[in-house]
Design a protein around this ligand. Sequence first.
Ligand code: SF4
Length: 323
Amino acid sequence: MDNTATDIIAADLKNIIIADHHGFCMGVKRAITIAEDTKTRGVENVTILKEIVHNHAVVEKFRKDGIDQQFEVQDIDDGTVIVSAHGVSPHIIQAAKDKGLDVIDATCPLVTRIHDIIDKLDVRGYKILHFGDKHHDETMGVLGHAKEGMMTIIPDMATLMAQSEEQPEKLALTTQTTAEATDYAEAEKKAIERWPHIKVFNTICNATNQRQSAIMKLAPQVDMIIVVGSTTSANSVRLASMAEVLCGEAYLIDCEADMQMEWFTNRETPLKNIGVSAGASTPEFLVDGVVDRLLELSGGVASVVRPVKSRNVNTLALKDDCS
Ligand code: SF4
């Protein structure tokens, strides 16, 4: 985006408001720290299985640090494998061990909690309806904890409603940690209406709830919301989708280089307030880059309204551009 946009929005933009809760969550910080510590300890020949977290800049940082990445255990011949924050199926961990690989598990404890719940339900013979994205890494891992045919993935209401009225007495509902809370609440309500005996486990994590609530609070205060995050990040995509619905205009970008001039020009109404949020896998320096660019476009006069207490300090040592 060139600087001609500056003149256009400089006169109007008054506030850049950063969402109260945004960016790195506990599970992501933990996974990154585990991977960084592994490298610091001098462990050689380390491979991350899948993306350590779903953010292009973070994935690229580890690649540049010499930590390899593969999507399948069969493509890792030896050394140490780190399981990502999203977790994997127990069969995959066993396959890695069977190959003689050292396994370091960086699965978020809140994903492990779902695995534990499903293990218990499975042992007791429950059929499980799991509300989640069909092809997400977390879903694939969760699926591996149920016996074949005992779990059905429910990506949306239509799929839920298409399930047979006839369900076993032992029936349970679980959900992806990063599901949209209002969508899940609707699915849960319908499931209970259809199958009053269903056992419900709302396994949406606290970080997801906080970031979604922060978007709900931010939306009425601003004319546009920019969500910083990768398209591979389910929670970033959902934040952007919520922001679009609640605010009317929202964009999901990896970093400030993705900002487009047409967002700021030829507008019917002036842009007075812009909101900024970020998915749980987005490093804070990428949020700073977007805020700095917006401030620059305002001619340096807009106020930056930050959360009272930043919960997003992270020490991830990367500052590479992401363009
Ligand atoms: S979004 Fe929630 S479940 Fe996923 S890594 Fe972060 S804290 Fe863990």
